[in-house]
Design a protein around this ligand. Structure first.
Ligand SMILES: Cc1cc2nc3c(=O)[nH]c(=O)nc-3n(C[C@H](O)[C@H](O)[C@H](O)COP(=O)(O)OP(=O)(O)OC[C@H]3O[C@@H](n4cnc5c(N)ncnc54)[C@H](O)[C@@H]3O)c2cc1C
Length: 581
């Protein structure tokens, strides 16, 4: 199973097709990306390469003519692109974000038309944000006024990815004067069919990271669209957007994982190459501890992302929780990882290019580019806030010991085929708690039972029990905020952060229990639950509990071995360099 997991094989195929990124002659190389960044130039040629490979097919569900059958495959494809360059991943992957409202709420014909556009390489944008209102979607002023057989749109959407280069936009607009949750609709606006003069693009905004991306906006000034442009029912826009964001927020994990892969690769190289005090940097205890912690964090993030992307299919009704946890933990956790790795790289993390920089000039770009992941598509606090609003129900189901939804075992068993994703199953709030946490007691017991036979698993079982006890406490802390609706107190955000760490720990444990037992004798990072022990220790440490660094040392050795063989530091095998296969 660990050798032949198909999403990793597909990602490997894309990786190999794109060629060696360290070779400046490769079209999608680090050198080309640094150069484009310095010139703030859109990576148009690289996006065409990805189109030629067929990446847009994976943004379109199979039922609408594409090849998106499961979100785990999409996660690893976008991660592969993000590992080379986040600007490209954001610029290209944006089209999935643009189309998602149609996949969730659009009609069959509308979806088929959009699917065929996307597969032909037409970029699509999602236009939610307005200059004056940021995250406050209900304050949006862009209006769509009914007029004969259609709508007339007026207003400005600003800070929109691909607003200028894209041909089609999904626009959230006010369709009832009074606004409110049923006062907005999403419309598919095709710039190619608008009357000239009824819209204009806004200039590209220079940005700190993803400098080459087309971050701009659009002014709609009497733009007429047919009623067919409506995505879902009139007045259903906020619901459609909130459900669609559950998918995109889950998939943002791919951007953070790609950034972490890149940072880790540079740091592992540096730790080997750099010699200080007549020793390799990799031999200094402080450097080792830092690297080991980063490896453990990245594997924990990967485990959460794997389970989350599979829960899209198996436990769709809980995605309001899964997406918020993932969109909080992956970007913030990866920022911490990059900060730590930046410390290790020292001055090299600060240099851009030129003599003496070596291959490390990309690090500052990765760090800058990745900052956007925690900002867009619902920022960190917005995601934590959405969890806090579900505390009441989450606590109730935890206390009642509501059994986990059936699908959680399938989500954690990588060998199990995934059911088709049904957007009709999406819910604005989870109705029966969070399945990975509901399954935590059973998974803990299963591991304890196995540890009775295999003493090497004893530490992992102890850690799982520790996590279970902390999770219980965290739910009691959450109970204090069960009635919060508005005026969310600051402390509630701290509790929500702790909840996310418990959720991630449960996902790690579930993945190991449901998938790991299928690995005969265990191998690599799966041996004796190595990655699980390291991940749980780190998560518990982030929860303020005591941790030891011994297991992380072992994990670091595995990471060096993987890296040395040209493999991704990852839970499952992914060969980065074809020749070493
Ligand atoms: C590079 C880039 C690309 C983008 N691409 C797109 C795009 O393609 N489409 C699109 O529609 N938008 C896009 N955006 C806009 C982006 O989604 C918004 O910037 C984001 O939603 C937050 O808005 P804001 O930054 O204006 O902050 P605001 O929402 O104004 O927030 C200000 C502060 O209030 C805090 N805050 C907000 N809500 C809460 C809450 N509920 N509880 C507690 N604190 C809160 C925030 O954390 C922040 O500290 C993009 C932005 C950037 C920078």
């Amino acid at each position: 199973m660990t050798g032949e997991h198909s999403p990793y094989r597909l990602a490997e195929e894309l990786e190999h097709t794109l060629g060696d990124p360290a070779d400046a002659r490769t079209p999608f190389s680090y050198a080309v990306c640094l150069d484009l960044d310095a010139r703030e130039e859109f990576p148009a040629g690289i996006c065409r390469l990805l189109d030629d490979w067929g990446l847009p097919d994976y943004y379109v569900p199979v039922r609408h003519g594409g090849r998106l059958r499961d979100y785990e495959h999409a996660l690893h494809l976008v991660r592969t692109v993000a590992r080379r360059d986040l600007t490209v991943a954001v610029a290209h992957g944006k089209t999935y974000l643009g189309g998602v409202c149609v996949w969730v709420a659009g009609g069959e014909e509308q979806a088929a038309r959009l699917g065929s556009d996307i597969r032909a390489g037409v970029p699509v944008s999602l236009a939610l944000t307005e200059r004056a209102h940021g995250s406050d979607l209900l304050a949006g002023e862009v209006e769509a006024v009914a007029d004969g057989e259609g709508f007339v749109l007026r207003g400005e959407k600003w800070l929109i990815n691909n607003a200028t280069r894209g041909s089609v936009l999904c626009v959230l607009a006010r369709t009832a004067d009074e606004g409110g949750p049923r006062g907005f609709s999403v419309l598919l606006v095709d710039k190619r069919t608008l009357t000239p003069g009824s819209w204009r693009p806004l200039p590209k905004v220079p940005t700190h990271g993803i400098r080459g991306a087309d971050i701009s906006g659009i002014v709609l000034d009497g733009a007429y669209v047919d009623r067919e442009a409506l995505i879902g029912p009139e007045g259903g826009g906020i619901e459609t957007v909130l459900k669609s964001l559950q998918l995109t927020r889950t998939m943002c994990a791919s951007l953070s994982l790609g950034a972490a892969d890149h940072g880790l690769r540079l740091a592992l190289d540096f730790a080997h190459e750099r010699r200080l005090y007549r020793r390799q940097l990799a031999e200094l205890p402080q450097a080792r501890a830092l690297l080991a912690g980063a490896v453990a964090d990245v594997l924990a993030h990967e485990a959460l992302a794997l389970v989350a992307s599979r829960m899209v299919h198996t436990t769709t009704g809980e995605l309001s929780v899964v997406a918020a946890v993932t969109k909080y933990l992956l970007p913030t956790g990866t920022e911490d990882v990059l900060t730590a790795l930046g410390e290790l790289l020292g001055a090299r993390a600060f240099l851009v290019s030129g003599p003496g920089t070596g291959p490390y000039g990309m690090f500052q770009k990765v760090e800058r580019d990745h900052r956007i992941v925690g900002l867009f598509d619902g920022n960190t606090l917005v995601n934590l806030n959405s969890l806090i609003l579900q505390f009441r129900s989450l606590v109730r189901h935890w206390r009642r010991r509501t059994p986990p939804a059936d699908g959680v075992r399938t989500a954690c068993d990588l060998a199990a085929p995934l059911p088709d994703f049904d957007p009709a199953e999406l819910r604005l709030a989870a109705r029966r708690g969070a399945a990975p946490l509901a399954a935590l007691p059973a998974w803990t017991a299963a591991l304890r039972e196995r540890a009775a036979e295999e003493p090497a698993l004893k530490d992992a079982a102890d850690l799982a029990e520790h996590l279970l006890a902390v999770t219980d406490r965290v739910h009691e802390e959450m109970a204090a905020y069960a009635d919060v609706v508005t005026e969310v107190p600051e402390d509630a955000f701290a509790v929500a952060r702790r909840y996310c760490l418990c959720f991630a720990g449960a996902a790690c444990l579930g993945l190991w229990v449901e998938s790991g037992s299928g690995v005969p004798g265990g191998e690599g990072v799966w041996r004796d639950a190595l990655w699980l022990r390291a991940s749980l220790e780190r998560l518990l440490a982030r929860l303020g509990e005591q941790s030891s660094s011994e297991v992380q040392e072992e994990l670091l050795e595995e990471a060096f071995t993987l890296h040395g063989h040209g493999r991704l530091v990852s839970l499952l095998r992914l060969q980065l360099r074809r020749e070493a296969a």
